[in-house]
Design a protein around this ligand. Structure first.
Ligand code: ATP
Ligand code: MG
Length: 630
């Protein structure tokens, strides 16, 4: 048995041998003739000449052997529905959807834009596209018409699949009028809009000739058989736009064969999930975690996957654990923001259920602060594994590989570079950082299988956005600021544009947030750098307290702020001390749980907060404004 280090080294030194082995985890219609074509750096093509299909690997090959095993488990605490699709049933539904696509004229290479809530038909829609070689582009259901229109114009879909409404916190959230508005604004017009009518918005508008009804068409294709289209490994499977936390979203283009291999290998070596087990990811199909670890990854590994429509708190904060018990979940995947929400609840909700099937819990999307990490792992009594990656990479760049070696977890760290990624930390001059030295996390290309092949329709943007950090060496920049300790454990300190320069010292916002989190009264905190005439920049903190009585009077606020200062002084020294700590009851985050630091910083500097279409709770901004004014 190799150590994780040997495994990683093997992948970097002998990539052809390494990836040829991993490629055996999926089915190939025709074998590849070259492992990696890197003749035109930084563009990489994996498994050249090989023919495969994502839908075949996720569904058909399992349906052939284990037709009646659970494949897709739909749980909605919004509509109180639960429905299980076996592999055979899932294949049937996907073939029906694929037949509908064909009847609407969708061909291989056409784009299908999917703007849907977390319902099984959204999964059918994605698989049906993959099945016939169409390219799907899922747009998160929380986006409004402006963001949707930009994506329509970029992806130019032949077909849009949508639904009348989503549900959130027990209320219907109508989608169709937003979609109509988006199509109105967009220059590109789709030929058809396929509507899945959930009966949640009775009076939704139907455009004659363009809009067609899913249920009616499904009836016409009940017995349809649609074979998988075998795609050359590099042919695109999907386009997914990045979250847009730092600016204009980029259309990440994913290949087919490389992605299937990367996911299959990650289920084995990182997520440790096997055939017949159940995977529960609490993400949304609109995000990359949803693509890789709700839709494709678990099913490729022969696992059942849970598709959950609902919040972590309804009907009560035990709901996720109830699902784990009921469906014998072995692997769970969530986000730090959810862990911080659960941390505020009574732990009895977690301990009420039998969680004995659960082997690991994975967290990604934002820095998992050390106190929350420690709390979660201790409370659950099993490894909580932080994993760091991006929409661009499609699967983890940093993680513990418990399928290879059970390395100890260090709280606050996503452990080590994952096999295939020659990931290092660089100084701004392009030289490599030593241990305990902060720098920019970057990957020496070729990027491993599964990572973006290019920016959709913009090869030049792929190169100029990601590969021009230095003149030499050629590297893929993550735009994240990181540090590695003496034992090789990495920590992500924030995005490179979140680095604060205080009187010549460079601090990541994450470091200051982490220090503040150590004060027992603080539930959650965001730190931003604010322009300062004397010092260049000063850190400013916005904190949520666990118990509101701690900030009930101006005197108490002052006293708590002082305590927080001394907590930070004790950990980072006075250099990390924020200029102010503002206490609020909520922080502005995107619907995917990412802190809107750019907006916070803009408000703190008296500027316009910018594009807020993805904000979860707009009232948090009002609070920030009030806090700043006080
Ligand atoms: P955009 O690139 O459009 O601004 P985004 O970067 O927010 O959007 P994503 O690809 O969803 O879009 O997010 C990836 C980023 O999330 C990473 O670059 C990193 O900053 C952060 N991130 C993800 N996982 C972790 C983690 N485990 N620890 C720390 N940060 C993480
Ligand atoms: Mg990004």
């Amino acid at each position: 048995m190799a150590t994780y280090k040997e495994f990683h080294q093997y992948s970097i030194e002998q990539p052809d041998a390494f990836w040829t082995e991993q490629a055996q985890l999926i089915d190939w219609k025709e074998p590849f003739t070259q492992v990696c074509d890197f003749s035109r750096p930084p563009f990489a093509k994996w498994f050249v000449g090989g023919k495969t299909n994502l839908c075949h690997n996720a569904i058909d090959r399992h349906a052939a052997k284990r037709p009646n095993d659970n494949a897709l488990i739909f749980v909605s605490t919004e509509t109180d529905e639960e429905k299980i699709y076996s592999f055979a049933e899932l294949q049937t539904e996907v073939e029906r959807m694929a037949a509908i696509y064909k009847s609407l004229g969708v061909k291989k290479g056409d784009r299908v834009l999917i703007y849907m809530p977390m319902i099984p038909q959204a999964a059918f829609a994605m698989f049906a596209a993959a099945r016939i070689g169409a390219i799907h582009s899922v747009v998160f259901g929380g986006f409004a018409s402006g963001s949707l229109a930009t994506r329509i114009d970029d992806a130019k879909p032949a077909l849009i699949v949508s639904s009348d409404a989503g549900m959130r916190g027990g209320k219907a959230v109508p989608y169709k009028h937003l979609l109509d508005e988006a199509i109105e604004i967009a220059e590109h017009k789709p030929n058809h809009v396929l509507m899945v009518d959930r009966g949640l918005d009775k009076g939704f508008n139907k455009v004659a000739g363009r809009d067609v009804d899913y249920a009616t068409l499904r009836e016409q294709h009940l017995n349809a058989r649609v074979e998988c289209e075998w795609l050359e490994s590099s042919e695109p499977s999907y386009i997914l736009y990045t979250s847009g936390t730092t600016g204009k979203p980029k259309g990440v283009q994913r290949d087919t064969g490389g992605y299937a291999v990367a996911l299959a290998s990650s289920l084995k070596h990182i997520y440790c999930g096997g055939e017949g087990e159940t995977f529960f990811s609490t993400s949304d199909i609109g995000w990359v975690v949803g693509h890789s670890y709700i839709i494709y990854g678990p099913l490729i590994a022969g696992m059942a996957t849970i598709m959950y429509e609902g919040t972590p708190l309804r009907p009560d904060p035990g709901i996720w654990w109830q699902i784990v018990e009921k469906y014998k979940v072995s692997v769970m995947f969530s986000a730090p923001t959810a862990a911080r929400v659960l941390k505020k609840q009574d732990p009895a909700y977690m301990h009420k259920y039998d969680l004995s099937t659960l082997k690991h819990v994975f967290m990604a999307g934002e820095p998992l602060d050390q106190p929350t990490h420690e709390w979660f792992q201790n409370e659950l009594g099993r490894p909580v594994i932080d994993n760091y990656w991006q929409t661009e990479t499609g699967w983890p760049m940093l993680a513990a590989l418990h399928g290879v070696e059970k390395t100890p977890i260090k709280f606050g760290s996503p452990s080590f570079p994952v096999y295939g990624y020659n990931l290092k930390i660089f100084r701004e001059d392009g030289s490599e950082c030593g241990a305990n030295e902060k720098g920019i996390a970057a990957v020496i290309p070729p990027l491993p299988p599964g990572c973006l092949s290019t920016v959709w329709g913009q090869d030049d943007r792929f190169v100029s956005t990601y590969f021009t950090l230095f003149k030499e060496p050629l590297v893929y920049s993550s735009y994240d600021w990181a540090i590695k300790d003496d034992d090789g454990y990495f920590t992500i300190l924030g995005r490179t544009d979140d680095v604060i320069n205080v009187a010549g010292h460079r601090l990541g916002t994450r470091e200051i947030e982490e220090a503040i989190q150590n004060h027992a009264a603080i539930a959650e905190v965001a730190v931003v750098g604010v322009e300062d005439k004397l010092k260049g920049q000063v850190p400013m903190a916005f904190a949520v307290v666990k118990d509101a009585t701690r900030v009930a009077t101006p005197e108490l606020v002052k006293a708590l702020e002082k305590e927080v200062f001394s907590t930070v002084d004790g950990i980072l020294g006075a250099i990390g001390r924020p200029a102010r700590v503002h206490f609020v009851t909520g922080l502005p985050k995107t619907r995917s749980g990412k802190m809107l630091r750019r907006s916070l910083q803009a408000l703190a500097e008296g500027r316009d907060p910018g594009d807020l279409t993805t904000i979860e709770d707009p009232s948090t901004l009002e609070q920030i404004r009030n806090a700043l004014a006080s």
